[in-house]
Design a protein around this ligand. Structure first.
Ligand code: FAD
Length: 279
């Protein structure tokens, strides 16, 4: 069982606990993106095991009728073992997800994985007619070209600022420059993307800009935020009629994820400290 201190950011260790959290979210009109924690498996067994866990999860989502989809990390299901292992496991997940009417997102990891991830997305989204989405990072300079490629494909795209520390020749390093790129790409997506836009950000500025762009272009959009980060804003946006999806991590490998979340902002560190001290 995860300690209460981590339960702000992680929904539990088991799929049953995660689905319980999803039901609470759905009661507040917030949808869920379930993510089984795990990454960088260099051997088949753990990668294949997590692929199976995702196949079981999408069946559970389908049977329970909750408003939820999944988001999968490429290196969790075999990308570090080989491109073919990744492609095979991803297709197996998307096939079962599609049978159960569940949408599959593919997270984006560091720049060395971008090509393989976009190629796998292109193959599957074409085959499954859009039941798949991919994440794209505003800090990477290549994203301008990648968005042009993605604009011609079915499926959804989640725009994020980018979580990986990338080399400066291929990525914008300054916060303001990343924000500028984020705004430019968001505008492009609202103008060019027919299947809607997913705004993966907690930034109030980007969320209001998305609303402005929606008013200008009429394109559908959804806001995606992490569990435990601006939860009240998520509930308020949903109450205002915005489509909100909360990214909900769960699973036995919760510690390093929780540690990253707790350390990334001073308020979160204080929250963690207060929980440890019991105040
Ligand atoms: P920031 O630029 O970090 O902050 C901007 C403003 O947002 C802050 O000034 C504050 O007002 C508000 N804010 C931000 N964080 C907090 C907080 N903790 N508490 C209160 N206010 C806050 N990255 C990837 O590289 N690949 C992925 O696949 C990926 N998937 C993601 C999926 C989702 C649903 C989300 C939300 C993020 C994902 N990310 C991913 C992470 C992303 O790249 C950013 O690192 C992360 O979201 C921080 O950027 P930001 O836009 O939220 O805001």
């Amino acid at each position: 069982m995860i300690p209460p201190i981590a339960s702000r950011f992680v929904a539990g260790e088991s799929p049953a606990e995660a689905l319980e959290h999803v039901e609470d979210l759905n009661d507040r009109d917030v949808n869920a993106i379930l993510n089984l924690l795990g990454e960088h498996y260099e051997q088949r067994p753990p990668a294949d095991d997590d692929a199976k866990a995702y196949r079981d999860l999408v069946a559970d989502i389908g049977h329970s009728g909750v408003d939820a989809c999944i988001s999968v990390k490429p290196s969790q299901i075999g990308l570090d073992v080989g491109d073919e292992v990744f492609a095979e496991n991803l297709e197996g997940i998307v096939e079962v997800a599609d049978e159960h009417g569940v949408f599959t997102w593919i997270d984006m990891e560091d720049h060395e994985t971008t090509d393989a991830t976009l190629d796998a997305f292109e193959d599957l989204t074409t085959e499954y007619g859009g039941g798949v989405g991919v994440c794209i990072q505003a800090n990477l300079k290549r994203t301008e070209d990648d968005l042009e490629r993605l604009a011609d494909l079915p499926g959804k795209v989640r725009l994020v600022k980018g979580a990986y520390d990338e080399p400066k020749d291929i990525a914008y390093k300054q916060k303001e420059r990343v924000n500028e790129a984020y705004r430019d790409y968001l505008e492009y997506m609202f103008r060019e993307f027919e299947d809607g836009v997913a705004v993966g950000s907690h930034d109030p500025e980007m969320i209001s800009y998305a609303e402005e762009l929606h008013d200008e272009y009429g394109t559908d959009y959804e806001v995606q935020m992490l569990m435990g980060v601006r939860d009240d804003a998520q509930y308020n946006l949903a109450a205002e009629g915005v489509e909100v999806w909360q990214y909900v991590p769960y699973g036995g490998k919760w510690f390093s994820y929780f540690y990253r979340r707790a350390m990334e902002r001073k308020e979160n560190m204080l929250f963690a400290l207060r929980a440890v001290l019991g105040r």
